[in-house]
Design a protein around this ligand. Structure first.
Ligand SMILES: [Zn+2]
Length: 263
C-alpha cells in the first residue's frame, strides 16, 4: 500500500452505490487516476462540496498494486470551477474538456503538459475568455500533445515548406499536406490561410493573447471541423460529449448545426 498526494484537476465525479463516489482526476506526475471517495454521498462527508468537476484540488490517495481504483482519503479544494457549471453551455464545455483528457491521457503516465493545458484553459474560461475560442484552442492543442497533429509548417509527405495559402487536409483526417500531395492522394479539402495561421499561432500564443486578437467565427468553425476529422480518424470514434453538444445545440431554436464534415 502506498500513500500519494498530488495537485489534481477533477475530471469526473459519479455516484457509486448509496454512499460513495468515484472520482477521476488528472495529476502531473501520474496522469489520470480513478479512485473511490468513501462516504462522499453522506450528508456530513469530509469531502463536502469539494468534488466539483474541473476544480483544482490537492488529492491524497492510497494505492495498492494491481488495483485499478485507488482509495481517496482527502480532497482539499484550491480553485473551484463552479462558474462553468451554472449554465448549459458551461456544463457542456466542462464535459467536453474533461472528455478529451479521459480519452487522450493514460493512467500512471506523467502528463505535465496536458495538466498545464487543462489548468490554463479552465482558468482562462473562468476569467472570461471567449468560450468558443478556448474550445478550439484546447482541442487543437490536445491533438498536438497527443503527437498526431503537428504545426502545419512542413508537408509530411514531400518535406516541402507549406505556404499558408497552399495547405489541404486529407479527407482521411490523417494529416495536412501541400496541395500537390493532396491532389496525388485523391481526396483532400482546402484549409484556409486563416485556419493555418490559427494553428501556427497557438504554438506560441497563450489563450488570453489569442482572445485579444480573436479570429473570425468562420475560422473557428473551420478549426472545429478540422479537429473533429483528425480526432475521429485517430480515435476511430467520436467523443460522447461532442455528440451531446451537437444534439443539444440542434435542439435549441435559432442555432442551426453546420453541415457535417463526414467524408
Ligand atoms: Zn507535399
Amino acid at each position: 500500500m502506498e500513500l500519494r498526494s498530488a495537485e489534481a484537476l477533477l475530471l469526473d465525479v459519479v455516484d457509486l452505490h448509496d454512499y460513495d463516489r468515484i472520482v477521476t482526476f488528472l495529476t502531473r506526475e501520474w496522469g489520470k487516476k480513478r479512485g473511490v471517495a468513501k462516504g462522499a454521498r453522506r450528508k456530513h462527508s469530509r469531502f463536502g462540496g469539494q468534488l466539483q468537476p474541473l476544480a483544482r484540488a490537492r488529492v491524497d490517495w492510497m494505492e495498492k498494486d494491481n488495483r485499478d481504483l485507488v482509495r481517496i482519503s482527502a480532497v482539499d479544494l484550491q480553485r473551484s470551477a463552479r462558474q462553468l457549471q451554472q449554465d448549459l453551455e458551461g456544463l457542456l464545455l466542462s464535459a467536453y474538456l474533461a472528455d478529451h483528457i479521459q480519452e487522450f491521457v493514460q493512467e500512471n503516465e506523467p502528463s505535465d503538459l496536458f495538466f498545464r493545458l487543462l489548468d490554463s484553459t479552465v482558468l482562462a474560461v473562468v476569467e472570461g475568455v471567449d468560450r468558443g475560442l478556448a474550445t478550439r484552442y484546447f482541442e487543437a492543442w490536445v491533438l498536438r500533445l497527443a503527437g498526431i497533429f503537428p504545426v502545419p509548417e512542413i508537408c509530411p509527405h514531400c518535406g516541402r515548406v507549406l505556404e499558408a495559402s497552399g495547405v489541404v487536409l486529407l479527407v482521411s483526417g490523417e494529416s495536412m499536406v501541400c496541395r500537390a500531395c493532396g491532389t496525388a492522394a485523391g481526396r483532400a479539402r482546402n484549409v484556409s490561410p486563416e485556419a493555418v495561421m490559427f494553428l501556427r499561432r497557438i504554438d506560441s500564443a497563450k489563450l488570453v493573447d489569442m482572445d485579444r486578437q480573436r479570429p473570425e467565427e468562420s475560422t473557428l468553425d473551420e478549426i472545429e471541423q478540422i479537429c473533429t476529422l483528425v480526432r475521429r480518424n485517430f480515435l476511430q470514434h467520436e467523443l460522447r460529449s461532442y455528440q451531446v453538444i451537437r444534439e443539444t445545440i440542434a435542439g435549441l431554436p435559432g442555432k442551426p448545426v453546420p453541415p457535417s464534415e463526414n467524408p
